[in-house]
Design a protein around this ligand. Structure first.
Ligand code: GLC
Length: 692
């Protein structure tokens, strides 16, 4: 059951597809009419308040810091480019305004507001929930259902089907800000292939471009780009270039010139283009909220598609501003003043903050406009939609340019609705153990908000990774749909071959390719049925009080639970089992031991390169025999992890990995295992199945 309330004139975000059909109550006319909350309308926004009960738990809010249960902190939806994701932060790159609460009452909340929204979930007062939408209109959706999972499904149905990438995008990707040229990339591929470490993609960060200009390729570094893309494809490697939001201001650069000619960039109040700074220097921002501009920006991806590219990552689309040009001038004037002074406690910090405050400045976001379908709108009023609509530009263009082929696409900034066009990666994390855990904890919230194709920079983006951190992180990463090792320029390099034990990496990454049939199947089924692939234990075992407290384990699909090790020097960990499960402890794809564990708390051993899988009773996990790339996986021979007491059935989905018109029914193979060990297979494929 969905109820809709509106306040003022909400901007149409198109997060909800077909939302017009849900009857709406106007908040102004009936402020007392919102169930669960009391509403206070002030000039600077609307605040919804409610008293929480003691044991109430809150799930959701997508990409955000802190735990699976979000209670006890204040979160802001205000897409921000800031790479320091510490415990004290309130906002990251995304605005995923959906959460649900489970206590004496159970309901879901979606705040459809493209401006800043604050979720105080027991921060100001530990018993109070306060949702504040800053000035401007918004729509509020309240959802009810018999279970948390059902509420999520209902929400997901309302926001439309999640993006499904090509199958190869479930393979391992190696990335690094700093790969400059063909030779750098060949080296990455050679080392993986030589050591038998699987690899499906290499990412091209900003250095592939000519002076950081979108949709260009530096001719000196890549003299024959289409030829190079082909060469990589022969080695079963997909190259995935980055596209940034800002378009360089440069005479003779067609993207810039076309954009200006047609008025497709964001403008200031006086009608002139807004100028800000990002990697290339001075740039304009494409007005992706303007339908025509969006269509035009999207068609530019064709330049790279035509050269054989079949995947992209969209970046800096909060949008990130190093500086706004007008303000920068003021700053330089003030700095000149400081230069004439003796800097003391006040002036020194004044100067420092002046410089630090140049980036992503609130006033700059208030100084430019979009030409949306609903007319002219100031950027800060719709700030959280920018990354969404940039990615939508690409997604819509792919539908027209490549109607029959899935293209890989994911973004840094996002809003609910973008999940129909692409996935997200969780931005510039750090090589910290705490971020490994955070990666796990974010997965469920992201799934709730529709983002199924998602993952973190494995090994950590900022700071220096150690071998053990990378191994442990990959042991989680082999389950996340997007599985990419990425790191920042200036940090310690973290390709597997920078460390001393290639066999450990080969074994762990090999497992990903083993689990791939299951992961792909669970992913597509979750997308097609508006379900989650990563579930907190409490979603599957709602009656279990101890399960509700588990913050470091996750259900992955219907058959298994994972419990990654996320502490340095640990050689095992405590796990909680809500029911009896079978533990498979993998040392490699071909070597694992098994153990039955009863419900309750256990200490389980996990040496540095061992991966733990817990299979649920009467469930099956089909595994392939692996491969060095996704296309090498032999889907006709499967080994079944199984824990069958009476009978276990698994419906395995598979397809060619490219078709856009996914049809669940026609791709299902039904695998049944009986307690006596008999296996039967029916349906689409007829893989040869062996028990493991
Ligand atoms: C941003 C991205 C990061 C990328 C860097 C250079 O920080 O988040 O992934 O490597 O820009 O393009």
């Amino acid at each position: 059951m969905i109820k809709k309330f509106i306040f003022g004139t909400p901007f149409e975000t198109e997060a909800i597809t077909g939302g017009g059909e849900i009857p709406a109550v106007r908040l102004e006319e009936n402020p007392g009419g919102i169930p669960y909350f009391s509403a206070a309308v002030k000039e600077d926004g609307v605040t919804l308040t409610r008293l929480m009960d003691e044991g109430e738990r809150i799930y959701g809010l997508g990409e955000n810091i802190r735990g699976i249960n979000k209670r006890g902190w204040i979160y802001e939806s205000d897409c921000t480019d800031d790479p320091i994701h510490t415990e004290g932060r309130r906002e990251l790159y995304a605005a995923h305004n959906f959460f649900l609460t489970e206590g004496r009452e159970r309901f879901g909340v979606f705040v459809d507001a493209p401006q800043k929204v604050t979720f105080d979930l027991g921060y100001g007062d530990r018993d109070q929930m306060k949702v504040t939408v800053s000035a401007g209109g918004f729509a509020l959706y309240l959802l009810e259902g018999d279970s948390m999972r059902q509420i999520v499904r209902e929400f997901r149905r309302a926001i439309g089907r999640s993006y499904i990438p090509p199958k190869w995008a479930f393979g391992y990707g190696q990335s690094r800000w700093g790969y400059e040229c063909e030779a750098d990339i060949r080296e990455v591929v050679r080392r993986h292939r030589e050591e038998g470490v699987p690899l499906d993609s290499v990412y091209l960060d900003i250095d592939y471009m000519e002076r950081y200009k979108d949709f260009t390729v530096d001719q000196e570094k890549f003299p024959d780009f289409p030829g190079f893309v082909r060469e990589m494809r022969q080695q079963k490697i997909h190259l995935v270039p980055i596209i940034d939001a800002g378009v360089k201001i440069e005479e003779g650069y067609p993207v810039y010139e076309k954009g200006v000619e047609n008025g497709y960039f964001c403008k200031k109040e006086d009608g002139r283009e807004f100028v800000c700074g990002v990697w290339p220097g001075r740039v304009h921002l494409p007005d992706v909220l303007n339908e025509k501009a969006r269509a035009w920006f999207g068609q530019n991806y064709k330049i790279l598609l035509d050269q054989g590219i079949d995947g992209f990552w969209n970046d800096m689309n909060e949008p990130a501003l190093f500086y706004g040009e007008d303000y920068l001038e003021e700053v330089f004037e003030k700095l000149a003043d400081y230069g004439r002074q003796e800097l003391d406690i006040k002036s020194f910090f004044g100067m420092k903050n002046l410089v630090l405050g140049v980036a992503n400045r609130k006033e700059d976001y208030q100084s430019f406009y979009h030409e949306s379908r609903d007319g002219r709108v100031r950027h800060d009023q719709v700030h959280n939609l920018y990354g969404y609509h940039m990615t939508r530009a690409a997604g819509e263009a792919f539908d027209s340019i490549k109607p029959d082929q899935r293209i890989l696409l994911f973004s840094r900034a996002s809003y609910v609705g973008m999940h129909r066009y692409g996935g997200v990666w969780t931005g510039d994390n750090s090589s910290w153990w705490s971020h490994l855990l955070m990666n796990l904890q974010m997965m469920a919230g992201l799934n709730m908000c529709g983002f199924l194709y998602t993952g973190a920079d494995l090994g950590g983006f900022g700071a220096d990774a150690t071998e053990d951190l990378l191994l442990r992180w990959l042991e989680l990463g082999i389950f996340t749909p997007l599985m990419r090792n990425h790191s920042a320029k200036g940090t310690r390099r973290q390709e597997f071959y920078q460390f001393g034990h290639p066999e450990d990496f080969r074994n762990i990454l090999g497992l990903r390719y083993g689990f791939l049939p299951y992961l792909y199947s669970e992913f597509v089924k979750a997308a097609m049925t508006d379900d989650m692939m990563f579930l907190p234990l409490s979603f599957v075992y709602p009656e279990d009080e101890a399960a509700a407290e588990v913050e470091d384990q996750m259900m992955v699909g219907e058959s298994m639970m994972i419990a990654p090790v996320y502490r340095q020097n640990a050689r095992g960990r405590y796990v909680y089992l809500p029911e009896e499960m079978k533990l498979y402890r993998f040392r490699s794809l071909t070597s694992a031991d098994q153990e039955l564990l009863g419900a309750g708390h256990h200490y389980v051993k996990a040496e540095l390169s061992e991966v733990l899988i817990f299979v649920r009773p009467d469930h099956i996990v089909p595994m392939s025999e692996g491969g060095c790339s996704v296309e090498d996986i032999d889907a006709s021979r499967l080994n079944l992890l199984h824990f069958v007491r009476t009978e276990g059935t698994y419906e395995l989905y598979d397809d060619d990995g490219y078709r856009k018109d996914v049809d669940l029914e026609s791709g299902l193979t039904v695998i049944t295992v009986k307690a006596d060990g008999t296996v039967s297979v029916s349906g689409a494929g007829r893989p040869e199945c062996r028990l493991r």
